[in-house]
Design a protein around this ligand. Structure first.
Ligand code: GLN
Length: 276
C-alpha cells in the first residue's frame, strides 16, 4: 500500500521531469567490508570496491535486516554482471566519497551523485544513469515560500557536500545548516528548526510519501535539472567497463526492469552526456 503511494509520487515526479527535459531540448537545442581496492589503478580487476552513502532512499539505503538496497545498488550489481566484475560496496559519508576516489581507496562510487563541472575536475564519471534535480521542501503549513527567491534570509537545512548545499550557499543572507545525511536535514525541517530544505527531489518525495518524515511538502518547481553518474578515479581503467556494462543493460532491458522496480514506471530517454 505504502509502496503504491510512493510509486505514484515518484511517477509524477518523473513524468514532470520528462516534460522539463523535453522543454529544455526544444528551447536550448542542445558487502561493506572496508577492504581497500587492490588494483584501482591497474588494468581492471574482477572485483570493484564501490563507495556509497546508504541514507538516500530510494537510491541507496539499508533494509530492515541491514542489507544494502536501492536503485543504485541494483544498477551497479547489474553493470558488474554485464561487464564481468564483482561489486563490493563500501559505506562512506557522502563528503568522503570524492577524497576516497582521489586516493584510490575505492574503485568507484554510486551514490546519487550529480555529474557537475566542478567534480569532473577531480574525478571521472560514467555516462548519466538517471535524471534528477533539486527541489525545495517546506512545512506543510508554510505559505510564504513559493520559489527559490523566497529563501533569502531564511534558515535552510542541507546535506553536507551536496549540490543542494552549494545552491543554498548561493542564496543571499540564508542561514545554512549542514547535516551528514538528507533524512537528518529533512528531520530538522520537520522539527521546525529550519524553514526549508534543498535536496534531490526524488529523495525528498520518497521521504514524504513513505511517511518517514511527517508534515512536509515540496514546492512546485524543480530548482535544477541534474544527472547522476557513477564516479571513478581520474583516468581509471574501469571507466570503459562501467560504460559498456551500462550500455548492455540499457539495451537488454535490465535497466528498464530495475527502473520499474524502484519507480513503477518506464524509464525516460537518457542523454549520452550530462548537459553541464
Ligand atoms: N545529488 C546530490 C549531489 O550529488 C546529492 C547526493 C547525495 O546526497 N547522495 O550532490
Amino acid at each position: 500500500m505504502v509502496r503504491v503511494t510512493r510509486f505514484r509520487f515518484l511517477r509524477q515526479f518523473l513524468l514532470g521531469l520528462v516534460c522539463v527535459v523535453m522543454i529544455a531540448a526544444c528551447g536550448g537545442g542542445g558487502g561493506d567490508t572496508g577492504a581497500p581496492a587492490d588494483d584501482a589503478a591497474g588494468g581492471g580487476s574482477d572485483l570493484l570496491v564501490v563507495a556509497t552513502e546508504p541514507a538516500f532512499p530510494p537510491f541507496e539505503f539499508q533494509a530492515e535486516d541491514g542489507s544494502l538496497v536501492g536503485f543504485d545498488i541494483d544498477l551497479m550489481n547489474a553493470i558488474g554482471e554485464a561487464a564481468g566484475f564483482e561489486v563490493e560496496f563500501q559505506s562512506l559519508p557522502f563528503d568522503g566519497i570524492i577524497p576516497a576516489l582521489q586516493s584510490n581507496t575505492v574503485d568507484a562510487a554510486i551514490s546519487g551523485m550529480t555529474i557537475t563541472a566542478a567534480r569532473l575536475e577531480t574525478v571521472d564519471f560514467s555516462r548519466p544513469y538517471i535524471a534528477a534535480g533539486l527541489a525545495i521542501a517546506v512545512q506543510e503549513s508554510n505559505t510564504d515560500i513559493n520559489s527559490i527567491d523566497d529563501l533569502e534570509g531564511k534558515r535552510i537545512a542541507v546535506q553536507i557536500g551536496t549540490t543542494g548545499a552549494e545552491t543554498a550557499n548561493g542564496i543571499p543572507d540564508a542561514q545554512v545548516s549542514t547535516f551528514d545525511s538528507a533524512p537528518l536535514a529533512l528531520q530538522e525541517l520537520s522539527n521546525g528548526n529550519a524553514d526549508a530544505v534543498i535536496n534531490d527531489a526524488p529523495v525528498t518525495l520518497d521521504a514524504i510519501a513513505s511517511g518517514n518524515i511527517p508534515g512536509l511538502k515540496v514546492i512546485g518547481e524543480l530548482v535544477t535539472e541534474e544527472y547522476y553518474g557513477i564516479a571513478l578515479p581520474k583516468g581509471s581503467p574501469n571507466l570503459e567497463r562501467v560504460n559498456s556494462g551500462m550500455a548492455t543493460i540499457l539495451e537488454n532491458g535490465t535497466y528498464a526492469e530495475i527502473f520499474q522496480t524502484w519507480f513503477g514506471a518506464e524509464p525516460p530517454e537518457l542523454p549520452e552526456e550530462a548537459p553541464l
